[in-house]
Write a protein that binds this ligand. Structure first.
Ligand SMILES: Cc1cc2nc3c(=O)[nH]c(=O)nc-3n(C[C@H](O)[C@H](O)[C@H](O)COP(=O)(O)OP(=O)(O)OC[C@H]3O[C@@H](n4cnc5c(N)ncnc54)[C@H](O)[C@@H]3O)c2cc1C
Length: 658
């Protein structure tokens, strides 16, 4: 992603929280969730703040191997029974939806549908090929419209997924900085501030952010200092407001605007200050890391996931059926049935034709918030907070324009040019297929307001053919001429006229493609970014289970790792763990945990805190989660909420800790 830093940020080594940058975001998420659950728990018992006894560790840790279960309490007694009564629906076949399907299959649950609105799977993993993929004009005749790179840092569970899918051989280095000449930056990538004489000075912004991070990472106790900072009103400030009102010393409007220009895209300082510092740490953690791409395009990840879901007898020896993903069937309505035992899901053809409704005992919803808001969900009776979150969770925008030229007229291999010209960022490919081969250049990659403005020029290329006369091409070519007019001549290939001219670029033009994510009806934006107050107010509520334990929500927007594939993977895993907790599917949970689907070493993604997750389920309306004594010997699905058996031995206020 990199919706923020156009370059790896300044040196903040030694300032990162314990465990690296990613853990700051995770620490905050866990802190918020715990506070929220403690409050809910106290409310449930009518305790005052003083009486509050907190959340006790009432649940044992789920064993990590099936052997442990056999030894401990004979939970395998459910063998032979179908683990799930009723059918499950997964809405959306992006990373989160497909990952949920893989986990279900891996755990031995096969009675599910995956319903996707588009004619393709993958969602925001989307690779556009300019020529026939099997017989391309050049090896890299494509660009990734969505996700394109992954830093090799601890929190990137997407890399474990790639290994699991046996796609490691496709992993190739993504050159975050230019690498052609041996030493990075030997050829200076043109960075040009056309409307100013000098690069904007972000030093005041940098210093302010560093001071904040330092205030808790250099404190005697990270936890106490971090809690003190986050418990104040800091999350309610936009980055802009915080810098101008709370920073010490305060920044002027001019210094704040400079900071934004040097650090990110126009308008992104309207996002929450907490999102900015978490993002700053994420990128700092990635500073010395390798970055990866998938040679041939990122869509191979979701293609391979689809293949496994549709493959009979996968996992090998399981005898599982192949489950065909249903595409071109948008979900248009979801509601609880009158007896509350199921959720009715209505799908239609792509143009709203031939509606049909099926009842499912469980639904995993994985779409972005904009399409979810258009689905009629009145009958789910979600809480006000969740409905407000669906309506107002703020999203960044992103627009990409890629032009295929007759040959690579640039010499840079990797690296990014940042500019205040309308194209915002030029991303140079991390390869060179040879001087005589056509080459694709991502001439523009923009976010926030820059993306809205660039997006306004992008026609719907599923309905119209790209033409050199399209305004978006004209804007891009003019900007390239300006950008390279002051570039080091070494950035231009031999036999190419220096400086490059508009006529030259027009001769080189073969075709192009452009995509504005906020124009896509199935997305309505690029990725979520918390606005002021949203991390604090929305994140915990979304971790709960809805509709008496039948409706689970996941996907990038509901994770702490917004804008990363890993966020989608981790939130799907959290949903699965919560689902298994609610339905006492311990055996199924262990099967997934013991597989290398969630990490080669069988480790959980960092985001997962099973203690909080179980409490989140337990404190959800209408959900009964059992303590240790109730787990053993119970069969699984028959204890589902809504099932008569589930009520046995439990009362509404059942609670282990009192
Ligand atoms: C421009 C861009 C650049 C990015 N760069 C990176 C990067 O470099 N590295 C990285 O790790 N991540 C990156 N990301 C983020 C990453 O792509 C996402 O976080 C991830 O793919 C989201 O997966 P998801 O399953 O949560 O959502 P989605 O991919 O959006 O999947 C949801 C699915 O639901 C479907 N759907 C919508 N409405 C309905 C309906 N009514 N009925 C049925 N189905 C429906 C959609 O068609 C879609 O297939 C980038 C994203 C964008 C947009």
């Amino acid at each position: 992603m990199a919706h923020l830093q156009t370059d790896i940020p300044r040196d903040i080594d030694g300032l990162l929280p314990p465990g690296g940058g990613g853990s700051l975001r995770i620490a905050y998420a866990k802190h918020l969730l715990r506070e929220y659950l403690e409050e809910e728990h106290a409310k449930k018992h009518g305790w005052s703040k003083e009486e509050d006894r907190g959340l006790k560790p009432i649940f044992r840790h789920v064993p990590s191997s099936l052997d442990d279960i056999e030894e401990s309490d004979g939970l395998l007694s459910g063998d032979g029974e179908p683990p799930v009564k009723g059918k499950i629906c997964i809405v959306g076949a992006g990373v989160a939806g497909l990952f949920t399907a893989l986990m279900l299959k891996m755990s031995g649950i096969y009675n599910f549908d995956v319903v996707e609105a588009s004619e393709r799977v993958g969602g925001r993993l989307y690779t556009h090929w300019f020529s026939d993929r099997k017989n391309p004009d050049s090896e890299h005749d494509y660009y990734d419209i969505g996700a394109m790179r992954i830093p090799d840092i601890q929190t990137m569970s997407a890399l474990d997924l790639i290994s699991f899918l046996q796609l490691d051989h496709k992993k190739a280095e993504y050159n975050y900085t230019e690498k052609n000449s041996g030493t990075p930056n030997e050829i200076p990538v043109p960075n040009m501030w056309w409307y100013k004489n000098q690069t904007p000075d972000g030093s005041k912004f940098d210093a302010a952010v560093k001071r904040v991070i330092e205030s808790f990472t250099h404190a005697q106790s990270f936890d106490i200092a971090f809690k003190k900072f986050m418990d104040g009103s800091n999350d309610y400030y936009s980055t802009r407001a915080w810098l101008m009102l709370q920073a010490d010393p305060k920044l002027t409007y001019e210094e704040t605007t400079m900071g934004e220009a040097s650090d990110t895209s126009t308008g992104l300082f309207d996002q929450a200050f907490t999102e900015t510092i978490c993002d700053y740490c994420d990128f700092a953690a990635a500073k010395h890391a390798k970055w990866w791409r998938l040679d041939g395009g990122m869509h191979q990840i979701t293609e391979r996931m689809k293949e496994l879901i549709e493959m009979p007898n996968w996992p090998e020896g399981s005898g599982a059926p192949g489950i065909k993903i249903i595409t071109s069937r948008p979900v248009t309505a979801m509601s609880e049935t009158a007896d509350k035992s199921a959720i009715s899901v209505t799908t239609t053809g792509p143009k709203g034709e031939s509606p049909s409704t099926t009842d499912y005992s469980t639904v995993f919803s994985t779409t972005a918030m904009a399409p979810l808001r258009r689905i009629d969900i009145e009958g789910l009776q979600l809480s006000d907070k969740v409905l407000t979150g669906i309506r107002s969770l703020s999203y960044d925008r992103a627009t990409k324009v890629a032009i295929k030229f007759a040959s690579p007229w640039w010499t840079l291999v990797g690296g990014v040019s940042s500019t205040d010209l309308p194209i915002s960022n030029v991303v140079y490919p991390s390869w060179n297929d040879g001087p005589d081969k056509p080459a694709v250049l991502m001439v523009s990659y923009s976010w926030a307001q820059d993306a809205t403005r660039m997006g306004a020029l992008v026609p719907d290329y599923t309905k119209t053919d790209p033409s050199i006369d399209d305004e978006v091409v004209s804007v891009c070519l003019h900007a390239l001429v300006k950008l390279f007019s002051k570039a080091d001549p070494k950035t231009i290939a031999a036999n190419v006229p220096v400086p490059i001219t508009l006529d030259f670029l027009k001769q080189q033009y073969v075709t192009h493609h452009a995509f504005a994510w906020s124009h896509d009806p199935l997305q309505g934006g690029a990725f979520a970014l918390f606005g002021p107050g949203q991390f604090k107010d929305f994140y915990p509520e979304f971790q709960k289970v809805h509709c008496n334990g039948k409706f689970f929500m996941s996907g990038e927007a509901l994770s702490t790792h917004h804008a990363w594939i890993s966020g989608a993977v981790d939130s799907a895993y959290m949903s699965f763990l919560t689902f298994s907790t609610v339905y006492n599917l311990e055996r199924q949970m262990v099967k997934v945990k013991a597989s290398n689907l969630v990490g080669e070493r069988g480790e959980n993604p960092e985001e997962v805190d099973e203690f909080l997750l179980k409490w989140a389920a337990k404190l959800s309306k209408g959900v009964k989660v059992r303590g240790d004594n109730d787990w053993a010997g119970r069969s699984h699905w028959k204890n589902a909420p809504g099932d008569e058996n589930a009520k046995e031995g439990l009362d509404e206020d059942w609670c282990d800790c009192c």
